[in-house]
Design a protein around this ligand. Structure first.
Ligand SMILES: Nc1ncnc2c1ncn2[C@@H]1O[C@H](COP(=O)(O)OP(=O)(O)OP(=O)(O)O)[C@@H](O)[C@H]1O
Ligand SMILES: [Mg+2]
Length: 260
C-alpha cells in the first residue's frame, strides 16, 4: 500500500477577479511509496501548493480522494507533518517551547517529550539554542526549529512547501544536506514542493513535473543516483536539463482553458 495515494484530484477555486472559476488542478493521480522522497516541480501558479494543502487536509479538493495509508484525508491529522516556507514560530516562546508545541495536546509523557526534544535539537543542530527566542536566531535556524517542531510529532509523512526558499544559498545547501541526513535516519515519506530543479534532483528519489495551470502530471523522473550525491554529478545535471525542457514544453502545450 502506498504511503500517500492521490487519486483523480481536481481543484477548482472560485475567483471573482478572474470572472469565473479557476481550475488549479486537473486529474492528478500519484502514488508515493513508504520511505520515498518525491519532489513536485512546475511553473509558478501550476498548483503545487494547492496539491500539498489538499494532501495535508488543509484544503478541500473539488473531486477525487487522497489516502494516507488506508485512511482517507478529511482534515489535518497528526500523521501528516507540514513545513512551509516560513517557520512561523511563536516569537514569545523559546526554541524549546516552540518545538514542544508540536506535541501539544498529545498523550506523550513528559519524559518522552524531553527525550524527543533532546533528539530533535541534536538532529537539527540546535543544541545550545533551546532557550533562545526566534528573534535571536538566524533565518536558517528558525527554519530548523520549524522542522524540528514538525518532526517531534513523528508524523508518517512530511509535506514541505518550498521550505528553504527564504534562506540564503549557502544555508539552503546546508539545510538540504541536513534533510538528506534526516531522511536517511528517519525513513519517513517526503512530499517536497520546490521550483528549484537542482534542489529537486539533488534531494529526490523521484521528481514529478506538473504542467502550467491547471496542474496535471506532465512527466516523472526516477533519479537513479545513489546517496551521497555530488552537486556536480553529470547525471543529475542531465535530469535537471530534461526537466527544464519538459517545463518549457509544458508551457507551450498548455491547451486546457483554466477559466471555466
Ligand atoms: N484561494 C484561491 N482563490 C482563487 N485562486 C487561487 C487560490 N489559491 C490559488 N489560486 C490559483 O490556483 C493556482 C495554483 O496556485 P498555487 O498556489 O497552488 O500554485 P503554486 O504552483 O504553488 O505556485 P508558486 O510556485 O508560485 O508557489 C494559481 O494560479 C492561483 O491563481
Ligand atoms: Mg506555491
Amino acid at each position: 500500500m502506498p504511503a500517500i495515494k492521490i487519486e483523480s484530484i481536481d481543484k477548482i477555486y472560485d475567483d471573482p477577479d478572474e470572472a469565473g472559476e479557476v481550475k488549479a488542478l486537473s486529474d492528478v493521480n500519484l502514488d508515493i511509496e513508504e520511505g520515498e522522497f518525491v519532489c513536485i516541480v512546475g511553473p509558478s501558479g501550476c498548483g503545487k501548493s494547492t496539491l500539498l494543502e489538499i494532501v495535508a487536509g488543509l484544503l478541500k479538493e473539488s473531486s477525487g480522494t487522497v489516502y494516507i495509508g488506508d485512511k482517507k484525508v478529511t482534515g489535518p491529522s497528526r500523521e501528516i507533518g507540514v513545513v512551509f516556507q516560513n517557520a512561523a514560530l511563536f516569537p514569545w516562546r523559546s526554541v524549546r517551547k516552540n518545538i514542544l508545541f508540536g506535541l501539544e495536546n498529545t498523550k506523550v509523557t513528559k519524559e518522552e517529550k524531553e527525550k524527543r526534544l533532546d533528539y530533535y535539537l541534536d538532529l537539527m543542530g540546535l543544541k545550545g539554542f533551546e532557550n533562545k527566542y526566534p528573534a535571536q536566531l538566524s533565518g536558517g535556524m528558525r527554519q530548523r526549529a520549524g522542522i524540528a517542531r514538525t518532526l517531534i510529532a513523528e508524523p508518517k509523512v512530511i509535506l514541505m512547501d518550498e521550505p528553504f526558499s527564504a534562506v540564503d544559498h549557502l544555508t539552503r545547501c546546508t539545510l538540504q544536506e541536513e534533510l538528506i541526513n534526516i531522511r536517511q535516519k528517519e525513513k519517513k515519506t517526503f512530499f517536497f514542493v520546490t521550483h528549484d530543479i537542482n534542489e529537486a534532483v539533488y534531494l529526490a528519489d523521484r521528481v514529478i513535473v506538473l504542467t502550467p495551470r491547471p496542474g496535471r502530471i506532465l512527466s516523472e523522473y526516477r533519479i537513479n543516483v545513489g546517496f551521497p550525491r555530488s552537486r556536480t554529478d553529470a547525471a543529475l545535471s542531465r535530469y535537471a536539463a530534461d526537466i527544464i525542457a519538459d517545463i518549457s514544453r509544458g508551457k507551450e502545450a498548455s491547451d486546457e482553458e483554466y477559466i471555466i
